[in-house]
Ligand binder design. Structure first.
Ligand code: SAH
Length: 268
């Protein structure tokens, strides 16, 4: 399987699926950056993962961009590298368990006897909330967050349509849907969200060209179109949005002196 002059290694290498984080190079985890520094080969997605993340790679590391590869080519590249290097990294945007191809890639690798490992990353949902200075949960307002997307080429189970999920009134982090923001708005209104419900759209969270738009539900689509935000954006919809500017908030029970915690006596 090995090609070129690299020697065959005795034991097959591990392919690590590493979350690169949302874009800023210092938002990869310490574990992820250590693996990048160790890796003999790294496969990354050029359009999604900031190339600066690769600053940790060894000078002799084999680095490839999977942008122009199909599934079979990605699988065979990773298998080939695992025969040549102890540590191979597949760098994925955000967190590798969300809207990636982890399972599809892990299957053929494991069938080929190659061990895999997964290193979590900062999802763009978390990075977008942080960039906008928002909380996704708030005591007595909502304690639930749904990560979802509009159905498109990727089929979704019927019970998970945005309209169905939006009926819960909890926080929604909507991925992969900014190009159809009008459909998002339509489904939220049909689910009972009010016309003036606040919406935050974060474009390229943590990148140098990050932009944050805030508008009521019925105005957000026009604002996004006017700003030409049509890709790489997170739509946050939540009854918690803007909470920092509200009057006095009910405090979390966690810090209520009458609420006993494991390491703190009630009243302490
Ligand atoms: N695994 C990734 C999601 C990949 S799907 C994660 O955990 O973040 C790609 C979608 O993620 C994009 O369509 C967009 O909705 C969102 N996204 C990725 N990076 C982003 C960023 N820096 N800012 C805002 N949204 C982003």
């Amino acid at each position: 399987m090995a090609t070129g002059s690299s020697p065959l290694i005795e034991r097959l290498g591990t392919v690590w699926f590493v979350g690169a984080g949302p874009g800023a190079p210092d938002l990869i985890t310490v574990r992820g950056s250590r693996l990048l520094a160790e890796a003999g080969a790294i496969l990354y997605t050029g359009s999604l993962v900031a190339e600066t993340v690769l600053q940790w790679a060894r000078p002799d590391c084999e680095i490839a961009d999977s942008k122009s590869m199909d599934h079979e080519q990605v699988v065979s590249w990773l298998i080939e590298q695992a025969h040549r290097h102890q540590t191979v990294v597949r760098l994925q945007t955000g967190d590798p368990t969300l809207y990636g191809v982890l399972a599809e890639l892990a299957q053929p690798l494991e069938s080929a006897g190659i061990p895999i490992g997964i290193v979590p990353g900062v999802s763009s949902a978390m990075a977008s909330a942080a960039a906008a200075g928002e909380c996704l949960t708030l005591p007595e307002v909502t304690q639930t967050v749904i990560f979802t997307r509009l159905a498109e080429r990727t089929q979704m189970p019927g019970r998970e349509s945005l309209g169905e999920l939006a009926r819960h009134g909890c926080t929604l982090c909507i991925f992969l849907s900014i190009d159809r923001i009008e459909a998002v708005v339509e489904q939220l209104l049909a689910a009972g969200w009010s016309a003036d419900a606040p919406v935050v759209v974060v474009y390229q969270a943590t990148w140098p060209d990050e932009r944050i738009l805030r508008a009521p539900l019925t105005e957000i689509a026009a604002r996004c179109r006017a700003a030409k935000i049509e890709r790489q954006a997170m739509i946050l919809v939540s009854p918690t949005l803007g909470a920092r500017r509200w009057g006095k908030l009910r405090h979390s029970k966690l810090y209520d002196p009458s609420f006993p915690r494991r390491f703190r006596q009630a009243g302490g």
